[in-house]
Design a protein around this ligand. Structure first.
Ligand code: ADP
Ligand code: ZN
Ligand code: ZN
Length: 741
């Protein structure tokens, strides 16, 4: 008798184990296959994890599995092993990890290959020519023959009567063929030639290919903005393909990196596949199959593309590795960079983390003194391509502007430079890290500020709909005419966002053609591509935007970049706020002067001496790292510790608080009993920085762990506490989360 062990595709703590089934005589199953099994009174799907000849459960208690859902295994052995590793590392159910390994629509049999009837020639050579001679009097049929000489065609595109006649005569046959839905980004089929590499690029490629040819390696490619990192990836990947290996390129967000996709596609053509959540279900499924079958060997995608079903991986690139999108904020809370590390090790591949502004945690791993198993080798590109200079960055102190009576959101310098840029026929990008119009609406008489009654945050005024909107829950309200608290009519709108900046440009420069890119203008599918396309073509000459315009965009005609309010991200309640500010300012500045047009950058701030701003303006990453890591060490923040936090949330504030306080005591006892206390700092349970979101009250329990601590044990204990939160309270464990709100 043969047995299979199956993980059922249902999420529940209690089901996080394998169930055994009997394999019916004559049925072939393999690990990684999706199968239908009886489960109680229901039929559910499950993943086969292993096969065995024996089973500890008596056979009469076992049921036979029903059938395979798909003929071929969907989870390959290395991905199965990866899922098991994630199960341990991220304390998630095995099924939650397995679900990441295939397109969601493949489960539950919701999607299938799209087939169509196609026609092809059944004759060739002399037989075909003879047939043509004999049928001179059937011109319609000969037309079809001519079309089919160029390749197979869908029957729907051919003359039906002529086709039938040809089939009867045996000259043409009809078959069921599969078609593929091609994602838009890949529809363009141009291939371009390689540019001659710069010396630093060549050296980087040489070091990386040497590693590729000798069993793999892990690298941090730290290259200033415009240093041509993409070219390094492309050459390395090309070598991998020559060696019969494959490659994954992760990007923070596909919609924001259309150029990376276009570049890779123009170099690798049909070898490239793109995987991301904005594809239609059909497109995603077809791309997945193209990868699975070995047809596509270079996969580009956001976070989850790290699970692409490739074999013989030679290269994994994580571009813009500092971006927060690599960390998943739902269960399983995995970090794609860490998974990439693991997967590269499985395959003996080269892992390349690339950035102009590496995260402090990543950079630390490339410094001396790190244990070999945690180490990254540092490769630097210090020069922009073709010896182009880094843009000149000028800091403008906005306090001075205010003293001189300038109430505009643009300093005199920025306004003058914008005028000059437009007069010279160049383009400008204006960056402000906030959507909407004004930050908040408040009463001048009593100081009342309009806040969302469901979330503990101020609401933002959006002019287009003349409404206040909560950026957490989306709730909107009409703006008050009178203060709801004291009744005064002195309601004032403070601060500036993207919309306000756009209007100011229109007001001051009526000849400018302005577009805006933020969450509000990019809700529709392909909106990003449309806005960027208008900017690229020159139809628009001033682009105003949030973080969205800070990422790897390359526009040759941009001569001016303005950072309208550099301090906005500096004062957030998060230990990474300075790092984020440094990254944003450096990245935005890096958008200027990328081709022949020299670039100028103006950074407006009320805090011109802050090291995060000063060093970003100087584009001095190393000095920033030294300063920032000293602060983190002293304040006991990552990467010197690991932060683990349970967030409790629920409708009943009292219950939420009680749960947090009870767990505070339980966790304290655990740390004492296990001796983990020596390497851990447990903070008192408190309200979360944002007290309420979507009506749910929030409390938190936070622990900082030194690396000497038995982290797995503490995290497992915290996960168990979170899972055991009382009725009506949700407990969620986060380890080094992206934000501590
Ligand atoms: P980074 O990602 O490091 O900011 P990119 O990869 O975007 O830089 O490259 C910047 C620009 O330089 C791109 O337009 C790219 O096509 C071009 N480029 C890269 N390498 C070379 C080279 N060796 N010669 C000429 N142009 C290059
Ligand atoms: Zn008031
Ligand atoms: Zn809200």
């Amino acid at each position: 008798m043969k047995y299979v062990q199956v993980i059922v595709d249902l999420s529940a703590e209690a089901l996080d184990r394998v169930f055994s089934y009997i394999v019916p005589e004559g049925m072939d199953v393999a690990p990684g296959q999706l199968v239908a099994v009886p489960f109680g009174p229901r039929t559910v799907e499950g993943f086969v994890v292993s096969l065995s000849e024996a089973c500890d459960v008596p056979p009469e208690k076992l049921k036979p599995l029903i059938r395979p859902v798909r003929a071929e295994p969907v989870v390959m052995p290395d991905l199965m092993a990866l899922a098991e590793w994630m199960h341990v590392r991220y304390l998630c159910n095995l099924v939650d990890a397995l679900r990441l390994m295939l397109p969601p629509e493949m489960r539950g049999g919701r999607i299938h290959e799209k087939t169509q009837r196609r026609a092809r020639l059944a004759l060739s050579g002399e037989a075909l020519e003879a047939f043509v001679e004999q049928n001179r009097r059937a011109p319609k049929q000969l037309e079809v023959i001519e079309v089919l000489r160029g390749g197979d065609v869908e029957t729907a595109k051919l003359n039906g009567a002529a086709l039938q006649g040809l089939v009867k005569k045996g000259a043409v046959e009809i078959y069921e063929g599969q078609t593929r839905r091609t994602p838009r980004a890949l529809a363009d089929d141009r291939r371009t030639a390689d540019p001659e590499p710069m010396p630093e690029q060549a050296a980087a490629v040489e070091r990386l290919t040497a590693a590729l040819e000798s069993g793999g390696g892990r690298f941090l490619l730290h290259g200033v903005t415009g240093s041509g990192k993409t070219e390094v990836y492309i050459r390395l990947i090309r070598r991998a393909l020559e060696l019969g290996r494959t490659a994954i390129v992760l990007v923070p967000e596909i919609a924001l990196t259309p150029q990376m996709v276009a570049w890779l596609h123009s170099r690798f053509g049909g070898d490239a596949a793109v995987l991301h959540s904005a594809l239609s279900a059909g497109e995603r499924f077809d791309e997945w199959r193209r990868i699975r079958s070995g047809e596509a060997r270079v996969v580009i995608g956001a976070r989850s593309a790290i699970f692409a079903p490739l074999e013989h991986i030679g290269v994994i690139v994580v571009d813009e590795e500092h971006e927060t999108t690599y960390q998943s904020d739902r269960r399983p809370r995995y970090d794609a960079r860490e998974v990439a590390w693991k997967r590269a090790a499985q395959h003996g591949a080269v892992l390349v983390l690339g950035s102009a502004t590496p995260s402090v945690s990543t950079y630390m791993r490339a410094m001396p003194g790190v244990r070999p198993e945690n180490r990254l080798e540092l490769i630097e590109l210090r020069q922009r391509v073709k010896g182009r200079p880094l843009p000149e960055v000028e800091i403008v102190d906005m306090r001075g502007e205010f003293e001189r009576g300038n109430r505009s959101i643009f300093s005199a310098r920025l306004a003058a430079e914008l005028r000059r840029c437009l007069d010279e026929g160049h383009q400008a990008m204006l960056f402000i890290n906030r959507r909407g119009h004004s930050t908040f609406v408040s009463c001048r008489a009593c100081g009342y500020v309009v806040r969302c009654d469901q979330c503990d945050v101020t609401m933002t005024w959006h002019q287009a709909e003349n409404a206040l909107r909560c950026h957490y829950c989306g709730k909107t309200l009409p703006p008050p005419k009178q203060c709801p608290q004291c009744g005064s009519g002195y309601i004032k709108y403070f601060g500036a966002g993207t919309q306000k900046v756009q209007e100011e440009v229109r007001r001051l420069f009526p000849d400018a053609r302005v577009a805006r890119m933020d969450v509000d203008t990019t809700r529709e599918k392909d909106a990003h591509a449309r806005i960027l396309g208008r900017f690229r073509s020159g139809e628009v000459n001033v682009l105003v935007g949030t973080q969205m315009i800070a990422k790897g965009l390359d526009f040759p005609n941009v001569a001016l970049v303005g950072v309208v309010a550099a301090d906005l991200s500096l004062n957030l309640p998060d230990y990474r706020s300075v790092e984020r500010t440094f990254q944003l300012v450096t990245q935005v500045a890096g958008r200027a002067g990328r081709a022949e047009v020299p670039g100028r950058v103006i950074v407006q701030t009320y805090d011109p001496d802050h090291y995060g701003i000063r060093l970003a303006a100087a584009q001095d990453y190393r000095a920033f790292y030294t300063r920032e890591s000293a602060y983190r060490r002293q304040a006991m923040y990552p990467p010197f510790t690991v932060i683990a936090r349970i967030v409790y949330s629920g409708r009943d504030e009292g219950a939420v608080k009680a749960a947090a306080l009870a767990d505070e005591a339980r966790l304290g006892a655990f740390l004492d009993e296990t001796g983990a206390r020596a390497d851990a700092i447990q903070l008192a349970a408190t309200e979360a920085p944002i007290r309420q979101i979507r009506g749910d009250y929030r409390w938190q329990l936070l622990v900082k762990l030194y690396f000497k601590a038995d982290m797995d044990a503490v995290e497992a204990r915290m996960q168990a506490l979170a899972d055991a939160a009382p009725e009506g309270v949700r407990g969620e464990l986060e380890v080094n989360p992206n934000s501590l709100v």
